[in-house]
Design a protein around this ligand. Structure first.
Ligand SMILES: NC(=O)c1ccc[n+]([C@@H]2O[C@H](COP(=O)([O-])OP(=O)(O)OC[C@H]3O[C@@H](n4cnc5c(N)ncnc54)[C@H](O)[C@@H]3O)[C@@H](O)[C@H]2O)c1
Length: 374
């Protein structure tokens, strides 16, 4: 819902209660009074990175508000922050600086800070409340919403974590102005993922405003972030523990994760790898009755993203990684395949031979139209 001040408000009901999500330019300063009760008299840990401090130091400084005491916690930029070593160090720092059961934590940063911050808060003294203040598009449309938190082990990404819903999510879209174009693109892929299967009007908006969105135009970004947040909330409310329907959000992720792993998390950002994963899902869906108008539309839209080229990859390596992915179950891989605009389905039992054969044609030319029309 959009308020007169141009701020969007969204509620997410989950087994632990209700999370309010506030979205728009200036949302963080605008919400200061709303957070006063939550902060008052408490020790508040504010977790962020040196990069965020450099870019948005003033906002960062202002986050403690009515707290009795603000303790700044810092982790390095990027995925390396999501380690057991950093989580352990943060817990020690929180304990040494007097953290209590009623202390609070604010995670101010991209999805890495949010995942780590949620995890650290969820475990500290068996759980303290957290506010997520995401600063990347990807985190605003996806990672900060839904309560999933995680750290990485050497053996795999997001392998240890828990559900810990934030008390509130404050998404200040003005902060996205400093985000590099490639990060915007990566976040927008996740928007396209949700829009294609869950919200046709959102897909149309992204198609119409793609150039403005990639240029971090504040007026264009806020309604798109709000639309994606609403779509994600709808999915999470229907399946809070990711037992079934929530896996619809894995559209593009089965191959996307394998591409990231095969490239050792270099060359492509997460969203860029997912974009290739979505293109491959379109190819698999083609022979299963996909409405090709959607296939054409998504290929056309993703073509405008100017993705970095897909480096050479081997089907056998990708298959091995997909089979090991934590989202694979004992019964094998489940693919999220689009069927038509606003409709996706989960498909299991696609055999290794078919995936290999499709990968052989896909990898050299990911944007190619399937060879025949239905
Ligand atoms: N919990 C979930 O449901 C969920 C969902 C999707 C992704 N994730 C996780 O999210 C993480 C990826 O998140 P991400 O893409 O935000 O990565 P990130 O946190 O590494 O941020 C990307 C880069 O943007 C920089 N940055 C952040 N805010 C900025 C700003 N306002 N201006 C300029 N630069 C800024 C960061 O310093 C970093 O270099 C992954 O670890 C992934 O596993 C979690």
């Amino acid at each position: 819902m959009r308020t007169a001040s141009g701020i969007y408000r969204q509620k997410l009901d989950h087994p632990g209660g209700r999370t309010e999500i506030v979205i728009g330019a200036g949302a963080l300063s605008g919400e200061a009074s709303g957070l006063a009760d939550w902060l008052e008299g408490r020790t508040v840990f504010v977790l962020s990175t040196p990069r965020l401090a450099e870019l948005h130091g003033e906002v960062l400084e202002s986050l403690g508000g009515a707290a009795a005491r603000v303790v700044r916690l810092e982790v390095p930029d990027g995925e390396q922050a999501k380690s057991l070593a950093h989580a352990g160090r943060l817990w020690d720092e929180m304990l040494e600086s007097g953290g209590k059961r009623d202390s609070r934590l604010i995670a101010f940063g991209g999805g890495t800070v949010g995942d780590l911050g949620g995890f650290v808060a969820g475990c500290f003294l068996r759980g303290i409340e957290v506010v997520q203040a995401p600063t990347t598009l990807l985190a605003q449309v996806d990672a900060a919403i839904g309560g999933k938190t995680a750290i990485d082990l050497t053996g795999g990404k997001n392998t240890v974590g828990l559900f810990h819903h934030p008390a509130r999510v404050i998404e200040d879209t003005a902060l996205l102005a400093t985000l590099p174009r490639a990060e915007l693109r990566s976040g927008l892929v996740e928007v396209v993922k949700m829009a294609a299967l869950l919200s046709p009007p959102l897909l149309e908006r992204v198609e119409q405003e793609l150039d403005a969105l990639l240029a971090a135009d504040a007026a264009a970004l806020a309604p798109v972030v709000a639309g994606a947040a609403a779509a994600k909330c709808g999915v999470v409310e229907r399946d809070p523990a990711e037992g079934g329907w929530r896996r619809i959000l894995n559209f593009g992720h089965t191959l996307g994760h394998a591409i990231e792993g095969a490239l050792n998390y270099s060359h492509l950002r997460h969203g860029e790898a997912v974009a290739y994963g979505m293109l491959f899902a379109l190819q698999l869906a083609h022979s299963r009755g996909l409405d090709e108008t959607l296939g054409e539309r998504l290929r056309g839209l993703l073509g405008r993203f100017e993705l970095p080229p897909l480096p050479p990859l081997e089907p056998a390596d990708l298959w091995a990684l997909m089979s090991r992915d934590k989202k694979a179950t004992e019964s094998g891989l489940t693919w999220v395949l689009p069927r038509a605009l606003g409709h996706g389905e989960m498909v299991s039992g696609i055999d290794r031979g078919e995936v290999f054969q499709q990968l052989e044609t896909f990898l050299p030319d990911p944007f190619a139209r399937p060879p025949f029309s239905l």
